[in-house]
Ligand binder design. Sequence first.
Ligand code: FES
Ligand code: FES
Length: 156
Amino acid sequence: MAFNIEINGKPHTVDVDADTPLLWVLRDVIGMTGTKFGCGMALCGACTVHIDGVATRSCITSVHSIGESKVTTIEAIGATPAGAAIQKAWLDHQVVQCGYCQSGQIMSAAALLQSNPDPTDADIDNAMSGNICRCGTYVRIREAIKLAAQAGKQGG
Ligand code: FES
Ligand code: FES
């Protein structure tokens, strides 16, 4: 079955079963491998993308449920102000260890800042609680989100 999906501002037509997860479409059909497979059960956050700006687990999101919604992935999040601020803060804080979880972490963090530019510690914990990092980069992630929020307040 053919589906038209807008991903990172570009239209894509994919011919897959209706219940195919968006993650498979991104990685295996379109070849965008920045979004990672971790658990396939909405438990780890590695597959997080934005759908109409909301952090969403692409491993459990069927392609037919997307409709006219706009999908944003790690490949394009740096083109948004929140995404750019998060990526800069990630580099400044040297957040990444093995890196496997980090696409999802950045997508969740960017969605948080887009909806809440000045998050409290509790807001950060709440927004990031579904993103697992087996390297334990949680402290640096929290500091980087705070740095990005601070930069936003200062206009930079
Ligand atoms: S792969 Fe989607 S939440 Fe783990
Ligand atoms: S950086 Fe290795 S799993 Fe998070």
